[in-house]
Ligand binder design. Structure first.
Ligand SMILES: *[C@@H]1O[C@H](CO)[C@@H](O)[C@H](O)[C@H]1NC(C)=O
Ligand SMILES: *[C@@H]1O[C@H](CO)[C@@H](O)[C@H](O)[C@H]1NC(C)=O
Ligand SMILES: *[C@@H]1O[C@H](CO)[C@@H](O)[C@H](O)[C@H]1NC(C)=O
Length: 629
């Protein structure tokens, strides 16, 4: 009944807007709408369509890889994992919604967008607009290349019922956005279609409303007869958030566990957060504020298990949405010409390192996110473990898939999607082996316990994986360092650089090299990455080795470079005094004077020194770092 009423409401809305009728979810509704409007047929020039592929992109919110959420999505398994390629080493470069999404839709790291937070002054939709991206980002570029673009769901944070039209997000042929303050209110969402007034869906389940809208936009896209890029961005499995809720004050934000659809409430009664070694460990772990966290008591752990089950349940409606989209593509005869891509803006932790439910850390749970691709030429049922990819690579990848020449200012690289190319890159090198990770600001718990903001959660990190090594290196804004051997310590419990780590004999990693020698290389790489742009992000080793002799950590570990990297690394900066990544203080945004030494892009053989941003060479307009070509 509820679905039928909702469908009627949506049909009414579509009719008043003069748009295509929205088919319902039920078989009866589908049959009815199929009778009214024939699906794509010979009259729509299928031959011509077939040459240019389409993309349908499902972007979830806060979905993990390491809490096994994909194991509970049978339809994603059936339609995407079994029919496509799963990129196992895909990373969010900034583990929180808005910065991550801006990176995804610009192909630039957050240090090049300066959208580093979810809300002003350092982030949110207003910051995206004021940085000049609203007429210079992915959907705009795609329209310029002849594509129609459609989006439903959450675009950015602080895209609100007040600012939705000032200006409207650029670049969309058709849109139906979730808006704050009701974005994360699973049972009282507000959507806003094209230029229209926002509309409340009180009492309807957010993901189901979104699914109807996604199907309607897909039909519009097919009717328009042009190649299209369609995004469905549901909020699941993000926490439920009530802003300005009753009894919580005017500006209060109230987090609770995610809310499933009524029909999924009964599922997974026995499931619990996987009890991996880093789950609520006996000993503290991590660095900085993480190492100060108390172990959680059983009441807290039980609540967190409930939070976990609510996430799995909330994902069921997303699972159905994926099937709904795939089935519609098939009925339109477009499934073989369409890339269906599935990812999430950032990952999530529950209890690992004693953390309350949340994200924004650099640990594997928060940065490793799903990326599944099915489509023309993409291998079915393949788990690609050999390439490290990031959200900065997605815009370049979509360009590549759609045959659009890459932009020179992309920080990322197109991801190889065919099995042949993936294995060639894995076996012969030729692609960077790291993900640059960066964060500014605070972290917060999203459950009901200890959700106070935790300050000083500013850090830079590298996740690097290549033949013979699998590593995570970080520098926090209090200048603590971490290095984990992800092969022997996937839970990141034994920091090889902690002052308490016993180091006799020193731990060996990366093909038998001591941890400190490896750390010196990674630090130099991080120094380049933290202000890299375009070419310097895609091939950072070349900054230190302009002759191209070093393309990987393995190359850089050759003994002849020991002097260059000053391998007597220590936390004080090394015997040779080579500048290290170092913060002057903990800032909540990307503030020049907090950032410490930076790489000098001046081609000097040992080109680093203690200089502030002011001395970096800039383009003539003074806005961006000079690119290295
Ligand atoms: C649902 O949202 C609307 C605004 O879109 C608001 O007027 C209404 O009070 C909300 N309902 C509840 C139960 O919070
Ligand atoms: C368990 O921990 C939570 C969060 O710190 C606290 O609020 C609660 O009082 C504790 N419960 C017991 C029984 O100790
Ligand atoms: C980033 O934006 C913030 C807020 O507007 C500003 O204070 C800061 O100077 C900017 N950072 C850089 C490096 O331009």
């Amino acid at each position: 009944m509820r679905i039928a009423a909702l469908t009627a409401a949506l049909l009414l809305q579509a009719a008043t807007l003069g748009g295509a009728a929205t088919p319902g979810r039920g078989d009866d509704d589908d049959a009815a709408s199929a009778q009214q409007r024939p699906l794509v047929g010979p009259s729509r020039e299928p031959q011509q369509r077939r040459r240019q592929p389409n993309v349908v992109f499902i972007l979830t919110d806060d979905q993990d890889v390491h809490l096994s959420s994909l194991d509970y999505m049978p339809l994603v398994k059936k339609h995407l994992l079994e029919k496509g390629t799963n990129f196992m080493k895909h990373y969010a470069t900034t583990a929180v919604c808005c910065p991550s999404r801006v990176t995804l839709w610009t192909g630039k790291f957050a240090h090049n967008t300066n959208v580093t937070d979810v809300s002003p002054p350092y982030g949110g939709y207003p910051k995206f607009v004021s940085e000049g991206f609203n007429d210079n980002y992915f959907p705009v570029w795609l329209q310029e290349a002849g594509y129609n673009t459609y989006y439903t769901g959450k675009l950015f944070n602080v895209h609100t019922v007040e600012n939705y039209n000032s200006p409207p997000p650029g670049g969309f042929t058709g849109s139906d956005f979730l808006l704050d303050p009701h974005t994360y209110d699973y049972l009282n969402s507000t959507f806003q279609r094209n230029g229209q007034e926002p509309r409340s869906y009180e009492g309807h389940y957010s993901t189901d409303v979104l699914a109807e809208k996604a199907y309607g936009l897909l039909d519009e896209a097919v009717d328009a007869g042009k190649p299209f890029f369609l995004v469905a961005a549901p909020i699941a499995p993000h926490a439920n958030v009530v802003m300005n809720g009753p009894g919580h004050g005017i500006h209060s934000v109230y987090f609770t566990e995610p809310v499933p659809a009524e029909r999924h409430k009964h599922l997974f009664k026995d499931e619990k957060v996987p009890r991996t070694a880093n789950f609520n460990p006996e000993e503290p772990s991590g660095a900085n504020w993480v190492r100060e966290l108390p172990q959680q008591n059983s009441t807290n752990v039980e609540y967190n298990d409930h939070f976990y089950r609510q996430r799995l349940r909330a994902l069921q409606a997303v699972d159905e949405l994926v099937e709904g989209l795939v089935e519609r593509l098939e009925r339109h005869g477009l499934l073989e010409d369409t890339y269906v891509v599935y990812s999430s803006d950032n990952g999530f932790h529950i209890g690992q390192h004693r953390l309350q439910p949340g994200k924004s850390c650099g640990y594997e749970e928060d940065v490793n996110v799903p990326l599944i691709v099915r489509g023309p030429g993409v291998a079915a049922g393949y788990a690609a473990d050999g390439v490290v990819t990031t959200h900065a690579d997605l815009a370049p990848t979509f360009f590549d898939l759609l045959g659009i020449p890459p932009r020179a200012d992309f920080d990322g690289d197109a991801i190889p999607v065919t099995r042949e190319r993936i294995e060639e890159v894995r076996d012969k090198g030729g692609r960077r082996e790291h993900a640059g990770i960066e964060y500014w600001g605070f972290a917060m718990g999203e459950g009901i316990y200890n959700r106070n903001p935790l300050e000083h959660n500013t850090y830079k990190a590298i996740r690097l994986s290549g033949p013979g090594y699998n590593l995570y290196y970080s520098v926090w804004c209090n200048n603590e360092h971490e290095l984990y051997d992800m092969e022997t310590d996937p839970g990141q419990l034994h920091n090889l650089l902690s002052s308490s780590a016993s180091s006799s004999p020193p731990p060996l990693l990366a093909a038998g090299h001591p941890a400190h020698k490896v750390a010196a290389r990674l630090d130099a790489l991080l120094l380049v990455l933290k202000t890299c742009a375009a070419g310097t992000c895609r091939d950072p080793w070349r900054q230190m080795h302009p002759d191209g002799s070093v393309r990987s950590l393995a190359d850089a570990l050759a003994p002849r470079y020991d002097a260059y990297y000053d391998y007597d690394y220590d936390e004080e900066g090394g015997a040779g005094g080579a500048p290290r990544v170092e913060y002057r203080y903990c800032a909540n945004g990307f503030l020049e004077d907090a950032e410490g030494p930076t790489w000098q892009a001046d081609g000097r053989p040992f080109g680093w020194g203690e200089y502030g941003y002011g001395e970096l060479r800039r383009r003539e307009d003074g806005t961006r770092w000079e690119d290295w070509v």
